[in-house]
Design a protein around this ligand. Structure first.
Ligand code: ZN
Length: 311
């Protein structure tokens, strides 16, 4: 049986390390718009479609830019302690070998650097850049809210839980989002960006034991035949978590995924709002420029530079 399962796993669809899944990223960016004060939300609502569509550009760039992947995660378990690395990027670069840091991920610093670029774009009233950078900042901030983006065991590969990444951040929100009330109130000003980013990843990391432990317990208590469902597509057998398994995990997590989505939405709205305030609250009310949707299409034979996962 075990061998059969292994074979089926290898026949299964090979999917990419997409973070939150494409759909949840778009949903999170969209809901972040609703946290903004009227002066700013007017602009974001006009560009809602682009802000949503660009929400996944950062993941698509992993196909064309080898430097992109580390911007989406940080392996906190690969640092002896985090206090010494909660420092500005320019100090990190002086203290550590670049490869050492890049191999462990840089999401907190990348949130800060994307934020600074967004402030600059607001200052210049550069509409296409405001939209693209807002969408990117939303993406990285949402990724930082995912516990499995803070560990080298990002897909349960060290604990015999391969596939847990997509289960937690894609399968569950896709299946249950309609029941989620994602209203989170008003965005607030963030005065210490880097601290905010670090608090976020540390909060995510603190949930990691539950994310892994609850799934491990579920897999041990659930008859193996109920773990997965198999479908024949053409000549290929594809496998995925069964609806029963996804629902059981969701129930045992007690809305953790929803809470992280809501936290992401609140954080993203607050960062957009803060960037606008830092740029002097430019008046964007009359600004609408149709922004061409990036043709960051993933080609079948595109080289992938990121981490990969099975589901
Ligand atoms: Zn990502």
């Amino acid at each position: 049986m075990k061998r059969c399962l292994i074979i089926l796993c290898f026949l299964s669809a090979f999917v990419l390390f997409c973070s939150w899944g494409f759909f949840p990223h778009k949903l999170i960016n969209q809901h972040a718009i609703y946290t903004l004060p009227p002066d700013l939300s007017y602009f974001y609502k006009k560009h809602e479609y682009s802000i949503k569509e660009f929400a996944v550009n950062a993941d698509k760039r992993v196909y064309i830019d080898p430097a992109e992947s580390p911007r989406h995660f940080i392996d906190l378990d690969r640092f002896e302690e985090t206090d010494s690395i909660e420092i500005p990027w320019y100090k990190v670069k002086k203290r550590y070998d670049e490869q050492y840091i890049l191999s462990r991920g840089i999401v907190p610093w990348h949130i800060e650097s994307t934020y600074k670029k967004l402030v600059n774009a607001f200052y210049k009233k550069d509409i296409p850049r405001i939209i693209k950078l807002s969408a990117d900042l939303g993406h990285y901030t949402a990724d930082a809210h995912v516990p499995l983006h803070t560990t080298s065991n990002y897909n349960g590969q060290f604990t015999n839980q391969i596939g847990i990444h997509a289960l937690w951040e894609t399968r569950i929100p896709e299946k249950f989002y309609k029941g989620y009330k994602l209203y989170v109130g008003k965005a607030e000003y963030v005065d210490d960006l880097l601290k905010f980013a670090w608090d976020t990843v540390k909060e995510s990391h603190a949930l990691l034991d539950s994310v892994l432990g609850i799934e491990k317990e579920l897999s041990q208590e659930t008859p193996i035949l109920l773990h997965r469902s198999y479908i024949l597509r053409g000549q290929q057998i594809q496998t995925n978590y069964s609806d029963f398994y996804i629902s059981s995990y969701h129930n045992r997590l007690n809305n953790m995924v929803k809470r992280r989505m809501k936290k992401s939405i609140y954080a993203i709205g607050s960062l957009w709002f803060s960037a606008w305030v830092d740029a002097g609250q430019p008046d964007l009310k009359s600004k609408f420029i149709p922004v061409e949707i990036d043709s960051l299409a993933i080609q079948k034979d595109s080289k992938f530079f990121g981490r990969e996962e099975w589901h």
